[in-house]
Design a protein around this ligand. Structure first.
Ligand code: DON
Length: 559
């Protein structure tokens, strides 16, 4: 009797030890989930005050510029996809632009070779920032609270300072050599900051105060614009006052497509995100991923092969739609994707050498952070914003208190030569004055049965599209909750280089061996983190569940 009781106890213990899936923050009405708790809280407080998701977007975006200078910014740009509670959808493009003096070959030496670091480090790497234009455009169209009221808590945070986290300390140490290389003068990070220290952002508070007082034009035509243009020239850059004065954010029509019973609304060019996501999801839709199993060999194969083909098209067809003709309707059609998958077989990996872009006749007129918001009125906002690499160009304007982006590296400096994400580009994404560089940012909103279902997005350069994809599939195909879906190990293929990047320790030896036997090359070293997803799921009972990615300091706040 005693022995059987012990065995029972042991079995019970074992069952309980089986890891229960983690559940994210659940709220009744509203959530803001972003890379830092401070920013999520400022956004959620704006909602509590009666502001809507767009007011919270402005607050969260600017708060990230203070609390998360690694990627949050006023020296960069981004994209917003929104869905209002009446079902109306839209997108805002506040992506950086190439300066007027930019030229196609500006990063090449006299022999036509790419000059190392020139498109990534220092003033020559900087595109004209769009973030301030983005928040003002959002507020002008949809805001309800006064801008002054929205910006005030951000200014207060900058003055009070932000506590350095363990992860932040590591990032600062890692990038110090870059800061020194990019900056001729004093830098923000001279102080050897450690976990637990508080960094006060006084110059940034002053810049934000001027923007609060004088509005959008302060950044593009006012004292800030003059200081910034002078700073760029002094550091060997080409951005002028005219570049700043002529910058405009642009409202765009999002990419919309279906996957089973989901309607997916994602970012249109100049991001490749929506089109690539549509291509991949269209290509995999006919396959029974649920039956193959989550992260099984067969699922990984189908997804990888769809990704390979979509990224080959990305490289050829996509660029700024204001400059190049994109065969959008064909690319996102189900028939096109299924024709691209005709060469796929479960027996053997396709080689990227044998895959080029699809043949389409043109009959139709190309370090980041993401946050997701659902407000108490049912409006949803999905925003990915970036200065490209960690701390952007590493160039820090101490007078104004912020880092400048290195977004120019997202252009194709030379056809066929990979950029910092290993992406190769072609003619469609060549550098031209006033053009926007192609992006992978994929802020996305999903409807199910006509209702809001999910808000999702992530940083991660070229891995953004595939991380968003896997998060959606984890919920839709594998019935996971939001946090559980975000926690899953991820993999990524982008046509070139021809390998599957995998998060280390996320995949069994068995699956890896099977994939290798089929001819896939695996890379578990280069990208230890693939994506850092912040998402919100509407639960069947109408409550919201957040997924805040533990790969960073990401946190959800709501009520
Ligand atoms: O727009 C893009 O695709 C890139 N500039 C994004 C950079 C990024 O996600 C870096 N973060 N990990």
């Amino acid at each position: 009797m005693k022995q059987s009781f012990t065995i029972l106890l042991f079995i019970l213990l074992l069952t309980n030890c089986k890891k229960q899936p983690e559940i994210g923050l659940i709220t009744e009405k509203a959530i803001v989930v972003s890379a830092r708790k401070e920013a999520s809280k400022i956004g959620a407080d704006i909602l509590k005050k009666g502001g809507n998701a767009f007011d919270a977007m402005v607050a969260t975006e600017l708060a990230l510029a203070v609390a998360f200078p690694y990627a949050g910014n006023i020296g960069g740009g981004g994209f917003m996809v929104y869905r209002k509670n009446n079902g109306e959808i839209g997108a805002l493009d506040y992506r950086e632009k190439a300066p007027l003096a930019a030229t196609k070959d500006m990063y090449l030496d006299s022999l036509g070779n790419v000059i190392p670091d020139k498109s990534t480090l220092g003033a020559m790497a900087v595109g004209i920032p769009g973030t301030v234009a983005g928040v003002f455009a959002t507020h002008q169209k949809f805001g309800t609270l006064p801008m002054k009221e929205i910006i005030q808590p951000v200014i207060d945070l900058a003055k009070k300072g932000v506590v350095v986290t363990q992860k932040q300390e590591k990032r600062l140490i890692k990038h110090t050599p870059g800061f020194r290389k990019a900056n001729s003068k004093k830098i923000l990070l001279d102080n050897n900051w450690k976990k637990g220290d508080t960094i006060k952002y006084i110059s940034l508070a002053e810049t934000l105060t001027r923007i609060q007082q004088n509005g959008r034009d302060e950044f593009y035509k006012g004292e800030t614009a003059k200081t910034l243009a002078k700073f760029m020239q002094e550091n060997g850059g080409i951005i002028t006052e005219e570049d700043l004065a002529t910058y405009e954010a642009k409202w765009r029509t999002p990419i919309v497509f279906t996957y089973d019973d989901l309607k997916i609304i994602s970012m249109s060019p100049p991001s490749s995100g929506g089109i690539c996501l549509a291509q991949i999801m269209n290509a995999i839709e006919p396959y029974d991923l649920a039956a193959y199993g989550h992260n099984s060999t067969k699922s990984i194969q189908v997804i990888t092969e769809a990704e390979r083909r979509a990224y080959a098209d990305r490289s050829h067809f996509l660029g700024d739609p204001d400059f190049v003709n994109i065969p959008k309707e064909t690319l996102i059609s189900k028939t096109y994707s299924s024709s691209r998958m005709e060469s796929f077989s479960f027996d053997k990996a396709t080689s990227s050498n044998t895959i080029s872009h699809g043949s389409i006749t043109f009959s139709e007129s190309n370090e980041t952070t993401h946050y997701s918001i659902v407000d108490q009125f049912g409006n949803a906002v999905s925003v990915t914003t970036t200065i490209n690499a960690a701390f952007g160009s590493k160039l820090y304007c101490s007078e104004l208190g912020f880092f400048l982006n290195n977004e120019m590296d997202d252009f194709s400096s030379k056809p066929g030569t990979p950029n910092m994400f290993g992406l190769v580009g072609a003619e469609a994404n060549k550098i031209e004055p006033k053009k926007r560089m192609l992006s992978s940012m994929t802020p996305t909103i999903i409807e199910k049965n006509g209702n809001l279902f999910m808000v999702v997005g992530t940083p991660g350069g070229s891995t953004i599209i595939t991380s968003v994809l896997q998060t959606i599939l984890n919920v839709h195909e594998y019935n996971m909750g939001m946090q559980e879906a975000v926690n899953q190990p991820r993999f990524h293929h982008q046509w070139l280089p021809d390998d599957i990047k995998m998060e280390p320790n996320g995949f069994s030896e068995n699956i890896k061996n099977e994939l290798k036997a089929l001819g896939y090359i695996l890379d578990e070293t280069n990208s230890p983190v693939i994506g850092k997803v912040d998402a919100i799921l509407v639960l069947p009972d109408g409550r919201l569940e957040a997924g805040a990615d533990h790969r960073g300091d990401d946190t959800a706040v709501g009520f």
